[in-house]
Write a protein that binds this ligand. Structure first.
Ligand code: GAP
Length: 487
């Protein structure tokens, strides 16, 4: 990461800790590397992300239902899905520094370096070699040596052999820790959906095409976690498996890519920093016939937010073969069993929450007018309205409490009594609160308040009786403002 990149990320990480979005996990014991706890505001942010996802994927449609499957399933699930044998990353250790790396990532970093230096031909040639070497541990190691790639920590090239490392967390179920008791924490929520296909069809009588959506924790023993909550070992996924007739899979694949891309834009993400990138054939997961990634331009570069994959009939067939239970849909009109194809939009909740934070972060003004502000979409902001009494006397705190209580029925609210009004505005700006309401002397006389907007900082007098309606309208009309800084 460049210095300015690190600086922006550092500021966001610091704000997250200071204001209670994200805390380093196990901090009082020195921390647990790349593991985080979501604080009071972070929890609210994530809830809103999940609510917005569920609304658009389930409530706003007729053809998708929800599910909440177990994290620990039968080990047979992961054997059949291919995760026991295939969910691996190639690892290499540096003998001097004892640091461990993803072997393919070391080569990718070299390709990236060539690109930055304008050596396009060299980059393309190395990319081709890397593609050919993937899955062949010895070839991958040879490539690292040929390129003279050194450990960034020790500066040496005394590399170990490349080994495949399974990313699933293993545990034991019950009191005996032997091989018969081995189980795994799920590395994706998707498999819980596939194995419940018949149950959901029978229970809901859904007809093709239809989807099953699920939000929940997944676990991966990532070798190189990092970039704050972008890649961690424990994270929440928001996945939907959309089952359709095989001949319609291409159409639904396109449809879901557009839908999912639009979701981020609708929630205010900068269109200039969002793109849809198709996977090349060597990038495709073992189950996929096609995949498009929604990517965001983070301070550390373009990175995946969500993958939309055409998983074909791979998973249902694998589970049918392994379990002996036919997972298929009976088409009564044609009098035949169909094994549907699956289109899967799979997003990360923590990653999405982080994207909204990074995208919303801005620094404006100079000197005493300087402010740090999160231009979060009002539907995503942890607090929608903060209410302030101008002073702590003359009945203003009581009136503010009354107004806050009323607004609380419709919005998430906060009340702040201390510090100057200016300071209180700044504190709310920093956590992305889109509206502040100030109760002053006039309020007690004419029942109006000052409604102040976060983005424009404009202030307007509004009758208390109309306040909720005006805020609702502003939320509906909200447009992302231009950012003042390059942050
Ligand atoms: N069921 C398909 C699947 O799991 P994936 O691309 O491996 O596909 C989907 O994961 C999404 O889950 C990613 O796009 C990302 O947003 C999130 N995700 C995956 N690994 C993650 C990690 N280690 N930390 C945070 N989020 C992660």
């Amino acid at each position: 990461m460049s210095k300015s990149t690190t600086a922006v990320m550092d500021k966001i990480v610091s704000l997250c800790k200071r204001r209670g979005f994200v805390f380093p996990a196990s901090e009082i014991y020195g921390g647990q590397g790349s593991t985080y706890d979501w604080g009071p505001l972070g929890v609210e942010l994530k809830r809103r992300v999940k609510e917005a996802w569920w609304r658009s994927m389930v409530y706003d449609r007729q053809d998708v239902v929800g599910l909440d499957s177990a994290i620990i399933q039968s080990p047979e699930v992961w054997r059949a899905s291919g995760h026991v044998d295939g969910f691996t990353d190639p690892l290499i250790d540096n003998k001097t520094s004892k640091q461990r790396y993803r072997a393919d990532h070391l080569v990718e970093a070299r390709i990236e370096k060539y690109r930055r230096q304008g050596k396009e031909e060299r980059a393309a040639a190395l990319q081709e070699k890397l593609t050919a070497a993937l899955g062949d541990n010895q070839a991958l190691r040879r490539l690292i040596l040929e390129e003279g790639i050194k450990c960034p920590v020790s500066g040496t090239d005394d590399w170990t052999e490349v080994r495949q490392f399974n990313l699933m967390f293993q545990t034991w179920v019950g009191p005996v820790q032997d091989s018969a008791a081995v189980a795994w924490l799920r590395p994706e929520t998707a498999q819980g959906i596939f194995i419940n296909f018949n149950n959901v069809v029978t229970a809901t009588r859904k007809k093709l095409p239809f989807g099953i959506a699920q939000i929940g924790k997944s676990f991966r023993n990532e070798i190189t976690p990092g970039n704050f909550v972008f890649r961690t070992r424990e994270f929440e996924q928001m996945e939907m498996e959309y089952f359709c007739r095989p001949e319609e899979a291409e159409r639904w694949f396109d449809y879901w890519q557009q839908e999912r891309f639009r979701w981020y834009l609708d929630l205010g993400v900068d269109p200039e920093k969002l793109r849809l990138r198709q996977h090349t054939s060597d990038e495709l997961a073992h189950y996929a016939a096609g995949c498009g990634d929604v990517e965001y331009l983070f301070p550390f570069g373009w990175s995946e937010l969500e993958g939309i994959a055409n998983r074909t009939d791979y998973d249902l067939k694998r589970h049918t073969e392994a379990s002996g239970v036919q997972l298929s849909w009976f088409d009564q009109e044609r009098n035949e069993h169909i094994v549907p194809y699956v289109i899967e939009p799979a997003a990360g909740c923590d990653r999405t929450a982080m994207t909204f934070l990074v995208d919303a972060y801005d620094e404006e003004g100079e000197g005493k007018d300087r402010r740090v502000v999160l231009h979060l979409h009002p539907r995503i902001a942890p607090v929608t309205v903060a209410v302030f009494p101008l002073v702590k006397k003359e009945g203003m705190p009581e009136k503010a409490a009354e107004i806050e209580q009323e607004l609380r029925r419709r919005f998430t609210t906060a009340i702040e009594l201390n510090q100057s009004i200016g300071r209180r505005y700044r504190r709310q700006d920093e956590i992305g609160t889109p509206f502040c309401v100030t109760v002053d002397g006039d309020t007690l006389a004419d029942d109006t308040v000052t409604l102040r907007e976060r983005d424009s900082m404009s202030q307007e007098r509004v009758p208390v009786s109309e306040l909720a309606g005006v805020i609702d309208q502003r939320i509906a009309d909200w447009r992302r403002p231009e950012k003042a800084s390059v942050a």
